[in-house]
Design a protein around this ligand. Sequence first.
Ligand SMILES: CC(C)(COP(=O)(O)OP(=O)(O)OC[C@H]1O[C@@H](n2cnc3c(N)ncnc32)[C@H](O)[C@@H]1OP(=O)(O)O)[C@@H](O)C(=O)NCCC(=O)NCCS
Length: 233
Amino acid sequence: MVGSTLCRQSLSGASLSGCAVAFGARVVHHRLVGDRPIPDFSVKPTLIGQRVLLRPFQDSDFDGLRAALRDPEAARLTGSVTSSQAVVLAQDPTRERRLREWYSTRNAQTDRLDLAVVDVAGGACVGEVVLNKWDPDNLCCNFRTLIGPGGRDRGLGTEAIRMFIGYGFEQLHLHRISLEVFAFNPRARRVYEKVGFVAEGVLRDALRFDGRWVDATVMSVLAPEWARHRGRP
Ligand SMILES: CC(C)(COP(=O)(O)OP(=O)(O)OC[C@H]1O[C@@H](n2cnc3c(N)ncnc32)[C@H](O)[C@@H]1OP(=O)(O)O)[C@@H](O)C(=O)NCCC(=O)NCCS
């Protein structure tokens, strides 16, 4: 980038919102344009918590990801299907190939960050956390997550989201991270509130599921809020 300075720093063993950050010896998280830090999404970190590890995808993660994506509850809660009768990710070789390709190309993306959520207890990938829709002018991103049935309701999501959002503010220097959560997903909303997301407004009738309209709530965290509570409001 013309006129930019590369900001390099070693973060081996550094602390990030209560988790450890493991990288190679020299790491680039952001560039400086003037005195303004611009996130560098080409760096794919490994974030180490007590219950979860967040790291770049590996080929061996695909079985866990497929199980999470095929789960009917996850498909409903993420708005991926519009009916409880919908067959989620039927055994379709073309679709399977596309999915494999999708996950095998995540580590090469330079405008988003997709990390595997690994259950430290069993060592398996149980889902993903994603910062996407990067808006460089406004230093903001969208957040989304998905944890498969085996990983849910054990505290993994709370820890994973807290670490990941912490990385977004503390290392990527984002100003705003936002998301949408459907009204029929109180568990996700609870977790988002626990780590500091604030409800901003309601998108009325944003989804039609089984013929019924469902609202979605827009939530966000801003950098000054995160600096104050670091995921524990
Ligand atoms: C949302 C998700 C990431 C949360 O992760 P998780 O590991 O299951 O959540 P945790 O175990 O860390 O925490 C769940 C919290 O919700 C609470 N909870 C569970 N069911 C609930 C319900 N029906 N209503 C309200 N709160 C509920 C739990 O008590 C816990 O809160 P607490 O720690 O204060 O007791 C995960 O469940 C998931 O991926 N679900 C499927 C897909 C999805 O919903 N994605 C998000 C779309 S916006």
